[in-house]
Design a protein around this ligand. Structure first.
Ligand SMILES: Cc1ncc(COP(=O)(O)O)c(C=O)c1O
Ligand SMILES: [Zn+2]
Length: 404
């Protein structure tokens, strides 16, 4: 592993996840010149449709240690009715809600827990806004490892129940989210818990396969734009790493423009990028998109996201809660896709970018739908009407006859 900032190197089997020099995230590096000679597009063709089809680009040495629930291999869905509504010709959704526990987090949990088994640690852990904890606790169970979870005390109940059912050691912490992050570092440094955080190197390895799959699903044509709901920045960094690696080994011939989306109520990365200032913690996060509300990505991958945005002509944009709710609804009524508010932020951003003239209607655009709507029903409950109540066949027939 190599520090994403200063380049210092670490063993891929060490418990370290951040650089001891500069505290920036570590990244797994491969011998791309060698990989060029052994990987071709045809390589993948006959393999199982899961993230493990990219085994040469994953840091696991012993296949017997792989812990999988058939993660990844999610569909890339071509938009029809929403694209027409928005006046776009080539809009796609990468639907990560189809992963085993309902979010993209399963990709990183699969690789992270496999590595934990390979190294021989006894416990894995993370601080999470909910999805990662639900995912990690499931994979830890499959591996027979202890799992220690820190969640904010206001985590949506659907997520809490999903985590509790897996029976990890779980603490709901009544402190600001950055404190949970610091507590998790303590678990790692003092108690040898293997952290599989939003931006830990193994999680990034798993999540980069989103980019690999998109390349294959688009028949090796690279999208012009990728829109990613962003909180700690691990997934944004991972998707970029995936495209970079395929580019470096010669499987694709260009890189997409990366678009980072945050909620207006918690947008530290977008603020630093657009105002060209240092990344600072967001004082009071306030958004319905709980999964993208880490107020201090300085402790995670915030600076790495800024490095990528600056290096690669990226874009960063905020969306309001109102825009998120409208986008979540549009996706359901136009396409039948039900995602959580954080995921809908990608669609809200798309709509705003069209309005601002930043999108050409013929561009290939991929919105990452990061997690399922079933994980956070509070907002849904506030929007829906009760079903029509009937007690007789007559009422039933009267209603049907009115439908037309
Ligand atoms: C549904 C969903 N979308 C987006 C994100 C943001 O990912 P990251 O923290 O890697 O930026 C998360 C993180 O928890 C999430 O659960
Ligand atoms: Zn460093």
């Amino acid at each position: 592993m190599r520090c994403s900032k200063c380049g210092r190197e670490y063993s891929v089997n060490s418990l370290a996840f951040r650089c001891l020099n500069c505290n920036e995230p570590l990244e797994v590096k491969y011998d791309y010149n060698f990989l060029k000679t052994v990987i071709s597009k045809e390589n993948f063709e006959d393999r199982i449709w899961s993230l493990w089809r990219y085994i040469e680009l994953l840091p696991i040495e012993h296949k017997s240690k792989i812990i999988s629930l058939n993660d990844g291999g999610t569909p890339l869905i071509k938009s029809t009715r929403l694209a027409e509504f928005l006046g776009l010709n080539k809009l796609y959704f990468k639907d990560e809600s189809r992963n085993p526990t309902g979010s993209f987090k399963d990709r990183g949990s699969s690789v992270g827990v496999s590595k934990a088994l390979e190294i021989g640690v006894k416990a894995v852990g993370c601080a999470s806004t909910g999805n990662m904890a639900a995912s990690l606790s499931a994979y830890a169970n499959r591996a027979g490892l202890k799992c220690i979870i820190l969640i904010p005390h206001k985590t949506p109940i659907e997520k809490v129940l999903q985590i509790l059912f897996n029976e990890p050691i779980i603490m709901a912490v009544e402190l600001p989210y950055p404190e949970l992050y610091k507590m998790s570092f303590e678990m790692n440094r003092k108690f040898n818990v293997y952290l599989i955080h939003s931006d830990s190197p193994m999680r990034v390895e798993g999540q980069k396969t989103i980019a690999f799959e998109i390349c294959e699903q688009m028949k090796w044509k690279v999208p012009d734009k990728i829109i990613v709901p962003t909180s700690s920045g691990g997934n944004f960094s991972a998707i970029w790493k995936g495209f970079k690696e395929f580019y470096e080994i010669g499987l694709i011939d260009k890189l997409p423009q990366m678009i980072c989306v945050q909620s207006e109520g918690c947008a530290p990365i977008v603020k630093a990028f657009t105002e060209k200032t240092d990344l600072k913690p967001w004082p009071k996060p306030n958004t319905i998109a709980h999964s993208i509300s880490n107020p201090n990505p300085l402790l995670a991958s915030g600076k790495r996201v800024l490095r990528i945005l600056n290096k690669a002509n990226g874009l960063a944009i905020t969306v309001s809660d109102k825009e998120i709710i409208e986008a979540q609804k549009l996706l359901a009524v136009k396409e039948g896709l039900f995602v959580e508010p954080a995921s809908a932020a990608s669609i809200a951003a798309l709509i705003k970018l069209i309005r601002n003239g930043k999108i050409n209607k013929d561009e290939n655009i991929v919105c990452i739908l990061t997690g399922t709507g079933l994980k956070d029903m509070e907002i849904v409950r506030k929007q829906v009407k009760a079903p029509i109540k009937i007690k007789t066949w007559n009422e039933f027939e009267r209603i049907l006859s009115q439908i037309g």
